[in-house]
Design a protein around this ligand. Structure first.
Ligand code: ADP
Length: 393
C-alpha cells in the first residue's frame, strides 16, 4: 500500500509518499510561502538509494494550488492519505479514519490550536476533493500523550477551567516520541512494554517525555507548545505572573506579549540567534550571551531529565532526537554532565561522532543507555494510517 502523508501548515504544505510494504519513501517535498508573491516548490523522488530533486520559485496563491502542484508531481499511485493534525484534544486517543464527525471535532479544537488546526483541516478538505474515494486518516500530535494521568495533566487552577474551557496539558510531538521509543526498544532487542524511557525531541520546538512501559506518563509541553524547556524562539516555562506584569508595565497588548513569548524568546531572546550552529560559532568568538543561552538551555534539559527519572523510578534509556538532539554534542554534553547519581554517564568521544544512523553514546559504566535515534514523524503517520485502515476493514 502506498500512503501519502500530508502536513498542511498556515503557509506551507509538506508531503511524503511511502511504499509501506517495503517501508521506503518514494517521493516527498514541500510547498513554501503559500500566499506570498514568490513561493518555493521542492520535490524529491527516491529510487534505489538515488535522490532526484527539483526546486522552483513559483507563485503558490493558496493551499488549493499547492495541493494541485503536489498531485501533478507525484507520479506513483496513492492508496491512502494520512494527515498530521496538531490538536486532537481529549476526543482522540488514537489515529482515526476521517469522516464528517471527525472534521467537526477537529474544528471544535480550533481554539486550542488556532495556528495549526485550521490549516490542517483545509488540507483534509482539499485532499478529499483531489483524491475522491481514497481513505483518509488523521494522526494527532496529542494522541500519544492522552495516557498522562489527571494529576499530571491538570493545572492548579479553578477546576471548572478544565471542564468548561478544556484547559489542561495536552503535549505535542507525540508521533516523534512514539516513533523513537518504539525504534529504541527494537534496537535494544526489547519490547517497549518492558522499558522506561526518557525521550528528548530537541529541534526548533523542544519537548521531553517520560514513557513507562510504552505509556506516556508526562511531557514537558503543555496546553500549547509554548511550555517546557526553552526553545529556539519560545520561552518555555515561566512564572505565570510575568504575563500580567508585562501588560501592566510595558504597554504591550496581549497579542504583542504572545508574539514575544513565541517568536522572540528562548535562545533568540537571550542572545539574538535561534540556530544553535550560529550560537556555538558566536560563543566560540567569546560572545557571553551566546554562551549563556546554551548554558540555560542545557540546564533546563537536565532538570527535566532529573524530574522524569523521579517520575519513572527506573530509567532504561535516554533517547535524543530531532535537529539539536541528533546533532548537537555540546548541548548533550552539558545537559548530561555530572549525572552519575542517576546512572547516566556520557562517553565524550562517542558523543562527538556524527552519524545519520541510530547509535549509543554512553560510557561503559553508564547504567542508563543513551541513544541517538533520528526521528521520522512522517513514517510514523504512514504506519498509523495503515493500522487504522487494517482495523476498519
Ligand atoms: P523543527 O522543530 O523545525 O523540525 P529541527 O528538528 O529540524 O526543527 O531542528 C532545527 C534545529 O536543529 C536548528 O535550528 C539547529 O539549531 C539544530 N541543528 C540542526 N543541525 C544541526 C547541527 N548539525 N548541529 C547543531 N545543531 C543543529
Amino acid at each position: 500500500m502506498n500512503v501519502l502523508v500530508i502536513n498542511t501548515g498556515s503557509s506551507s504544505l509538506k508531503y511524503q509518499l511511502f511504499d509501506m510494504e517495503n517501508q521506503i519513501a518514494l517521493a516527498g517535498g514541500v510547498m513554501e510561502r503559500i500566499g506570498e508573491s514568490q513561493g518555493i516548490m521542492t520535490h524529491k523522488t527516491f529510487s534505489q538509494g538515488d535522490e532526484h530533486k527539483t526546486k522552483k520559485t513559483i507563485t503558490i496563491e493558496d493551499h488549493q494550488k499547492a495541493m494541485h502542484l503536489m498531485a501533478e508531481l507525484i507520479t506513483q499511485k496513492i492508496d491512502a492519505i494520512g494527515h498530521r493534525v496538531v490538536q486532537g484534544g481529549e476526543a482522540f486517543k488514537s489515529a482515526t479514519r476521517i469522516n464528517e464527525n471527525v472534521k467537526n471535532a477537529i474544528q471544535e479544537n480550533n481554539p486550542l490550536a488556532p495556528l495549526h488546526n485550521p490549516p490542517n483541516l483545509i488540507g483534509i478538505r482539499l485532499a478529499e476533493d483531489l483524491f475522491p474515494g481514497k481513505p483518509q486518516v488523521a494522526v494527532f500530535d496529542t494522541n500519544f500523550h492522552q495516557t498522562i494521568p489527571e494529576k499530571a495533566y491538570l493545572y492548579a487552577l479553578p477546576y471548572e477551567y478544565y471542564t468548561k474551557h478544556k484547559i489542561r496539558k495536552y503535549g505535542f510531538h507525540g508521533t516523534s516520541h512514539k516513533y523513537v521509543a518504539k525504534k529504541t526498544a527494537a534496537l535494544m532487542g526489547k519490547n517497549l512494554e518492558e522499558l522506561n524511557l526518557i525521550t528528548l525531541h530537541l529541534g526548533n520546538g523542544c519537548s521531553i517525555c517520560a514513557i513507562k512501559q510504552g505509556i506516556c506518563l508526562d511531557t514537558s509541553m503543555g496546553m500549547t507548545p509554548l511550555a517546557g524547556v526553552m526553545m529556539g524562539t519560545r520561552s518555555g516555562d515561566l512564572d505565570p505572573a510575568i504575563f500580567g506584569f508585562l501588560m501592566d508595565n510595558t504597554g504591550m497588548s496581549q497579542k504583542q506579549i504572545d508574539e514575544v513569548l513565541n517568536k522572540k524568546s528562548g535562545l533568540k531572546g537571550i542572545c539574538g540567534l535561534n540556530d544553535l550552529r550560529d550560537i556555538h560559532d558566536r560563543s566560540a568568538q567569546g560572545d557571553k550571551l551566546a554562551k549563556l543561552a546554551v548554558e540555560m538551555f542545557a540546564y533546563q534539559i537536565k532538570k527535566y531529565i532529573g524530574a522524569y527519572a523521579a517520575v519513572l523510578g527506573r530509567v532504561d534509556g535516554l533517547v535524543f532526537t530531532a535537529g539539536v538532539g541528533e546533532n548537537d554534542e555540546i548541548v548533550r554534553a552539558k545537559a548530561l554532565a555530572d549525572m552519575s547519581v542517576f546512572g547516566i554517564e556520557l562517553d565524550l568521544a562517542k558523543n562527538d561522532v556524527r552519524s545519520s544512523e541510530p547509535h549509543t553514546i554512553h560510557g561503559t559504566n553508564s547504567r542508563v543507555p543513551i541513544w541517538i535515534v533520528p526521528t521520522n514523524e512522517e513514517l510514523q503517520i504512514a504506519t498509523e494510517t495503515c493500522q487504522v485502515l487494517k482495523n476498519s476493514i
